[in-house]
Design a protein around this ligand. Structure first.
Ligand code: PLP
Length: 440
């Protein structure tokens, strides 16, 4: 534990010299590159600079080994499945959450139509369709396109005011698609949506999946880390009822890019779906347990070794350290929300009870503070946020992302995903937003 806090402080000293971010950047004479490890970089789901993970990545690069036959992956993956609540099952590392989601859908289709692997479209009795929430990650649409379903067959389920899928709407849409002669095969629930950080209600969605006999996938690329915290885990209650789950350690857990995992409750499906039995790699008479050869479960051949840095970080932090890591991110988020609520004239929330570390808000400049609420003020707010972001980037002191969503005009989405974030960074952020945006 001592070591951990020393690492923290060493991190901070390195990341926060007495210089502004722009000075640091210009010192590196590459203004286009941003320091994602800086505690005031709150722009992305993957930020922070974990030194142990970095050491792992360096070593991996130096060893330059290929992933397909590697022995620490099964141990770490089994541990993750235990945390999810899968008793057995199988897992792989994939190049990102988007590809992890694709793997889940490929396996789901394979489970329902094993002949598809050989016969392709001829094996299908009709048009397949899948369901995901309106706020889910766009990779689900990409999955439908890549798998030949067509994006029309990735059906978006409405969400409630907090951005969570409405299970009754899911049930209605599944029945509607059946009535149209389509074949529903998969439902994807999102645990931690990309913009609002919402957690879809997993138990209620599992009920709908059981009722219609559909594959239940959970995209926990962003929110999966909450499983490591006793305080936060309840947000994913029912996760053990899923058939597959995407979990990106390169997000909440702070592992360096990239590190993404996908887990399956049933063992054997992944290999049966993807195996091509290349004789030159996967000889069955090798002088060791060939179960360690995970290469034929994936659609790649050569692969970067993404597991070592995760394994090393887990060795260094332990479950307990990871729990503290996650709790710290949520404590900082609570602090941010509390501080913002002290200035209702300056900050307006899209959702003032965020479920993840996403805090979505509008900064209100002075001239709009006394203007009466309505569409005109709303529109102006939406125009102002990008200008403020521009000022932030020029000043080089802060990075926060913005986007529109549904009928909402542009708003900021602040992400706390770095261990280095402290209260003083949050205090600074609020003051800096006001300094840069007051006169807009
Ligand atoms: C980030 C994210 C993804 C995609 O993960 P990549 O590793 O960037 O491909 C998928 N789903 C959700 C919910 C995400 O937040």
């Amino acid at each position: 534990m001592r070591l951990e806090s020393e690492i923290y402080d060493a991190d901070r000293a390195q990341m926060l010299p007495d210089k502004s971010l722009s000075q640091v950047i210009s010192a590196h004479s590459n203004p286009a590159s941003f320091l994602t490890g800086h505690p005031r970089f709150m722009n992305q789901l993957s930020c922070g600079m974990e030194v142990v993970s970095l050491a792992g990545e360096w070593l991996t690069a130096a060893a330059n080994t290929n992933m397909f036959t590697f022995e620490i992956a099964p141990v770490t993956m089994r541990h993750m499945r235990e945390i999810i609540g899968y008793k057995q099952g199988d897992s792989i590392l994939a190049p990102g959450g988007s590809i992890s989601n694709l793997y889940a859908a490929l396996v789901a289709r394979h489970k329902m139509f094993p002949e598809y692997k050989k016969k392709g479209l001829r094996a299908l009795p009709g048009e397949l369709c899948m369901f995901t929430s309106l706020h889910s990650h766009y990779s689900m649409m990409g999955t439908a396109a890549a798998m030949g379903l067509g994006t029309d067959n990735c059906i978006e389920v409405p969400v409630d005011e907090k951005g969570r899928m409405i299970p009754a709407e899911l049930d209605r849409l599944v029945q509607e698609s059946k009535a149209k002669g389509k074949i529903p095969f998969l439902v994807c629930a999102t645990a931690g949506t990309t913009v609002m950080g919402a957690f879809d209600p997993l138990h209620a969605i599992a009920d709908v999946c059981e009722k219609h006999k559909l594959w239940f996938h959970v995209d926990a690329a962003w929110g999966g880390g909450v499983l490591l915290s006793k305080n936060q885990r309840h947000k994913m209650a029912g996760v053990e009822r899923s058939d597959s789950l995407t979990w990106n350690p390169h997000k909440l857990m702070g592992v360096l890019l990239q590190c993404s995992t996908v887990h399956f409750k049933e063992d054997g499906l992944l290999i049966s779906c993807n195996q091509m039995c290349a004789d030159y790699l996967f000889q069955q008479d090798k002088p060791y347990d060939v179960n360690y050869d995970t290469g034929d479960k994936v659609i790649q051949c050569g692969r970067h070794n993404d597991i070592f840095k995760l394994w090393l970080m887990w060795r260094s932090k332990g479950d307990e350290g990871f729990e503290k890591h996650i709790d710290h991110l949520f404590e900082m988020t609570e602090y941010l929300v509390r501080r913002m609520k002290q200035h209702p004239d300056k900050f307006e929330f899209l959702n003032d009870e965020p479920e993840c570390t996403n805090v979505c808000f509008w900064y209100v400049p002075h001239r709009l503070r006394s203007m009466k609420p309505g569409p005109e003020r709303h529109k102006l707010l939406g125009e102002i946020q990008p200008i403020l972001k521009g000022r932030m980037m020029t000043a080089g002191t802060l990075m926060i992302g913005y986007q529109p969503l549904d009928h909402h005009p542009n708003f900021f989405r602040n992400i706390i995903s770095s261990q280095a974030v402290r209260r003083e960074d949050i205090d600074f952020m609020l003051e800096e937003l006001d300094r840069l945006g007051y006169d807009l």
